[in-house]
Every structure is written in structure tokens, then in C-alpha cells.
Design a protein. Structure first.
Length: 187
């Protein structure tokens, strides 16, 4: 049985630009016995490519981290509020709630790919329909809202944490033989 079945995931809002520092300090806190909380602080990333071909990792959801833990007690979870840069648990700090439904699906799907979304293989047809050939967005629901062919970037709108979040991803354009309906097709 997969041990992740008993784990819960929580979304934490932190000061922008301090995500990695918060992750490190929060993880150190979780590893101390006196904290009373065990878990892993996760920072989701995406692989991006500049026009000149240089690749780098960027934050998937800037300002947000995720806590993976067996703990469900709000009071124990709030021990993280003492870490510098902490803003709040989402959707609300008073009644800390774990991720559910589509929000949980997005996080778990990205984690299946190692926590970093790679450059997405994509195909375009004559009607500017984009087909994502592999990666987490092949199976997730999202709406392509902009394609920048020159820089090989695509903006995908996701419904996440009671709001629309726009994610900018790099893609690799590939061509393949004519085929029928493909999962991960966006208009």
C-alpha cells in the first residue's frame, strides 16, 4: 500500500521571494522533536527555457508552498506560522484545511513528475489548437490562454485554491503523424 494515502497536503502562503528560505527553515523546524509536527515542505517548480536556449528552474506557484504530513490538528499545523515569511494557510488561517479534489489532484500530479514540471512536448495544428503530448497537463484540466511561439511559452489557466491561477510554461514544439482525438488537447 502506498504510504501517501494517509498523508494530507496543505497550501501555505509565504512572502514572495522568500520561498526557498521559508522551505529550508520550516523543514528544519519539522525535523526537531519539540515542534510536535512531522512532514515535508514542498516547493513546486517548473523547467523554463530562455530564447537563447538556456534552461532554469522557476517556481510553479510563486508565494506558495505545500506541507505533506499525517497531522490534521490545526493547532499543531500552526507551529509553521512562527517561521519568518509565513503569511497564512489557504484557504483560511483560522480553520486550516487540507487540499481536496482538483487542488489535491494538481499537487499530486506534479509530485508524480518529481515536483518539477519539465518542458512540455506540444503540437500545433492549423487552427492553433495546442496538444500537450506528455507531462502533468496531459491529464489535468486547464485552459491555454496565450501561446508565445517565438519564446516557446504557453500560459495555462488553472482553477486552484478558489481562484484562477495562470502558469507560464515552456514547451518544445514537435510534429507527429495525423491521429484521432488526443488527451490533453486545449483550444
Amino acid at each position: 500500500m502506498d504510504e501517501r494515502h494517509s498523508l494530507s497536503y496543505y497550501c501555505i502562503s509565504v512572502r514572495a521571494g522568500c520561498e526557498e528560505l521559508f522551505r529550508r527553515k520550516a523543514q528544519e523546524l519539522l525535523e526537531r522533536a519539540e515542534s510536535g509536527l512531522r512532514g515535508t515542505v514542498i516547493l513546486l517548480k517548473k523547467r523554463m527555457r530562455l530564447k537563447r536556449g538556456k534552461e532554469y528552474d522557476d517556481l510553479f506557484f510563486p508565494g506558495y508552498l505545500f506541507l505533506e504530513t499525517e497531522e490534521t490538528d490545526s493547532a499543531r499545523l500552526r507551529v509553521l506560522s512562527g517561521v519568518d515569511g509565513f503569511y497564512r494557510f489557504l484557504p483560511e488561517n483560522k480553520n486550516v484545511q487540507r487540499l481536496r479534489n482538483a487542488d489535491l489532484d494538481i499537487v499530486k500530479t506534479i509530485l508524480k513528475y518529481g515536483g518539477t514540471v519539465g518542458i512540455i512536448p506540444a503540437e500545433f495544428d492549423k487552427d492553433d489548437r495546442i496538444v500537450l503530448l506528455s507531462g502533468p497537463f496531459r491529464d489535468l484540466q486547464g485552459k491555454v490562454i496565450a501561446v508565445n511561439r517565438r519564446n516557446r511559452r504557453v500560459n495555462i489557466q488553472l482553477d486552484f485554491m478558489n481562484g484562477a491561477r495562470i502558469v507560464d510554461l515552456s514547451y518544445e514544439e514537435v510534429r507527429k503523424a495525423e491521429n484521432t482525438e488526443i488527451p490533453g488537447t486545449y483550444s
